[in-house]
Design a protein around this ligand. Structure first.
Ligand SMILES: Nc1nc2c(ncn2[C@@H]2O[C@H](COP(=O)(O)OP(=O)(O)OP(=O)(O)O)[C@@H](O)[C@H]2O)c(=O)[nH]1
Ligand SMILES: [Mg+2]
Length: 207
């Protein structure tokens, strides 16, 4: 759909993608917003977000979609990214057992930082590599149940189920916001302020 006018926005939601390096976070975002796939992606280092617009029940909804870069995967930075997050998508690679194990480590410190009502998704990516599959769908669903998450399997390469995952998730965020079970309020630019503030505090400590 056409880009939603920010002045007329009804909902603005922040979505965060996390997961072991190489699971396919950037590829999923590129597939969603650009409808393309790039085989030669470098690991994500900087801070960046993409946007995606929806029209749901005649209401305009904008997503700010962030990826938690590997180098910033520490407890303190995770908490900054997680602030006012309405949805967290935990991505693993269905051919890589380590990427599923990574999730347990991440939840150990991230659980208390996940905002109340945040929609949690577990996403098994690289569904096109069925011959190399190391994690079954049942194992994926069992992991999702363990952390009370919805479960999807996707392929960024073939574009399988990525649009559906984001659209259904967006509807769920809207429902939770409408019935007041989602407590986050995300205001544009608030992330930058908090992030820069935190860097300044960190710098001071080292001086
Ligand atoms: N076959 C296949 N390869 C994929 C898929 N998604 C991503 N890849 C490949 O996996 C590699 C890593 O993808 P990225 O999207 O950079 O992964 P990432 O999770 O963003 O990685 P970091 O930024 O390092 O944390 C790249 O070579 C992609 O081309 C997929 O659905 N199928
Ligand atoms: Mg990346």
């Amino acid at each position: 759909m056409e880009e939603v006018d920010s002045q007329k926005l009804d909902y603005l939601f922040k979505v965060l993608l996390v997961g072991n390096s190489g699971a396919g976070k950037t590829s999923i975002i590129y597939r969603l917003v650009g409808s393309n796939f790039n085989e030669d992606l470098s690991p994500t280092k900087g801070i960046d977000f993409r946007t995606k617009d929806y029209l749901i029940d005649l209401k305009s909804v904008k997503l700010h979609i962030w990826e938690l870069p590997r180098a910033e995967n520490s407890k303190s930075v995770t908490s900054i990214y997680m602030k006012n997050c309405s949805c967290v998508i935990v991505v693993y690679d269905i051919t890589d057992k380590e990427s599923l194990e990574w999730i347990d480590q991440w939840f150990l410190y991230a659980s208390p930082q996940i905002p109340e009502g945040c929609v949690k998704i577990l996403c098994g990516n690289k569904l096109d590599l069925l011959n190399e599959r190391a994690i079954t769908t049942e194992e994926g669903i069992s992991k999702a149940d363990q952390y009370n998450m919805y479960y999807y399997e996707t392929s960024a390469l073939e574009g399988v189920d990525i649009d559906d995952m984001f659209e259904i998730t967006t509807k769920e965020m809207k429902i939770r916001k409408d019935n007041d079970t989602l407590k986050t309020t995300f205001v544009k630019d608030s992330f930058y302020l908090r992030y820069n503030k935190s860097l300044k505090i960190k710098k001071k400590k080292w001086c």
